[in-house]
Ligand binder design. Sequence first.
Ligand code: FMN
Length: 176
Amino acid sequence: MEWNNVMRTRKSCREYIDQQITTAQLKALLEAGCAAPVARGKFEQLQLTVVQDKELLDMIDAAAKQSYGDDSFSCTRGAPTVIIVSVQEDQGQIAPNMIASAGCVVQNMHLAATDLGLGSVYLGSIQAVNNSFEVLYKLKLKDGFWPVAALAVGNAKEPAREREIPVDKIFTNIIA
Ligand SMILES: Cc1cc2nc3c(=O)[nH]c(=O)nc-3n(C[C@H](O)[C@H](O)[C@H](O)COP(=O)(O)O)c2cc1C
């Protein structure tokens, strides 16, 4: 797809069919994630976890429901794959720049998914799993790493269509 088409077609997908993405598609998504800009080039302070195990996806949803106190909330949105971006704490804290970096990784994968004709959505709500020792244990994260962002991805129920993007969607002032 041309860049302009990708940009106009990208949107958050929250309904998926029961069909896993292919290994080649996963590889393309991970390549896009690794191509993202990362603060001070500290790629070693990031970790990606691909979750395709249905039991663990259900555990993530259960942890988020409990964390938000909302039984109707769906974190994974029923996607067959969730790619979690975790960042390493530094002196007991997670640097805002590393959260921003995780966002760049997710956005790169989100756009790559669009280009591949897949549906996807950014999951800030993945942070809810930080309240579940059970889920954290199953994620097998390196020591001191915490999930901060994720991409849910799969084959969308409804194909995304290109849309017009109004250029005043975000208030802008130009200082010339
Ligand atoms: C940092 C961030 C966190 C988000 N977290 C969630 C989330 O947890 N669950 C969800 O369904 N959508 C989430 N979204 C998607 C936004 O709701 C969505 O991008 C926004 O409503 C605009 O819609 P669009 O992406 O279809 O253009 C998140 C987006 C961003 C940038």
